[in-house]
Ligand binder design. Structure first.
Ligand code: APR
Length: 248
């Protein structure tokens, strides 16, 4: 399986990788749906929505404040490092991530398509006229919850895409374009949240060789051309080692 994936990487003119929370698990970032994925017994679907924020901004911000504190202590792992190396080595490489932790950028990956935004960005909840569309705020932890907008004194919200919200149209368009590839590799995602999970189907329609790296079965496993039941931080360095040993 490792050699098969390595040979597909060697042959591919265009490689698109889509990652989910599983690739950050080895860094210590909790996943959403695996063991330990819940926070105070809430599911992401109950907290990551505009309605939940409108109803209880303090609760939602307690969850994000906690995640920011956890993530701030995390370093990229071998999976992030290999993908960063590939983003520099292969001209036709695109990384799409559902993750908001910023660890791909921290590892040095070029041109990350952030499908769900960034936990390190915030924006004014009222979209006040004196505030920019969004800005980076790395305050960890926020001294006051919920934090307020420095421009209007109202609330700020996390700069992430919540359930029921639109993906940035430019990111969506560039991601759809990137499914026209030779190799589509999904790593660390449960493949249950759309439209991200739909990129896998789109890649198949475009004739890509599709690969999944996940210790668990997912709804995509049966349709993937290659399903590797292991951790991304194990598989990707092994594949990369084969690539280096047989450099073209
Ligand atoms: N390597 C690869 N995969 C792993 C690893 C690992 N070391 N550890 C866990 N996994 C797998 C789990 O088996 C699971 O299938 O990663 C997947 C993580 O799934 P989720 O927690 O559902 O995360 P994700 O797929 O990224 O969620 C999608 O849902 O809550 C929203 O916006 C949030 O972006 C997120 C989206």
């Amino acid at each position: 399986m490792i050699e098969e994936l390595a040979s597909k990487v060697r042959q591919a003119a265009r490689i698109t990788v889509m990652t989910g929370a599983g690739v950050s698990a080895a860094s210590g970032v909790p996943t959403f749906r695996g063991a330990g994925g819940l926070w105070r017994n809430y599911s992401p679907e109950q907290l990551a929505t505009p309605e939940a924020f409108a109803r209880d901004p303090r609760l939602v911000w307690e969850w994000y404040n906690w995640r920011r504190e956890v993530i701030a202590k995390c370093e990229p792992n071998a999976a992030h490092r290999v993908l960063a190396a590939w983003s520099r080595r292969y001209p036709g490489f695109t990384l799409i991530t559902q993750n908001v932790d910023g660890l791909h950028e921290h590892a040095g990956t070029d041109r990350v398509l952030r499908f769900h935004g960034s936990i390190w960005e915030v924006l004014c909840w009222e979209r006040c006229s004196s505030s920019p569309p969004r800005w980076i705020d790395r305050t960890v932890p926020f001294p006051v919850i919920p934090p307020s907008c420095p421009h209007c004194g109202g609330l700020i919200r996390p700069g992430v895409v919540w359930f029921g919200e639109m993906i940035d149209p430019e990111v969506l368009e560039r991601s759809a374009e990137a499914t026209k590839c030779d190799l589509f590799l999904m790593a660390g995602t449960s493949a249950v949240v759309y439209p991200a999970a739909g990129l896998f189907q789109s890649a198949r329609v475009h004739g890509a060789f599709t690969v999944e790296i996940n210790p668990d079965e997912t709804p995509a496993s049966g349709a993937a051309d290659l399903s590797i039941r292991a951790g991304a931080e194990i598989v990707l360095p092994e594949v990369d080692a084969r690539l280096s040993s047989k450099a073209p």
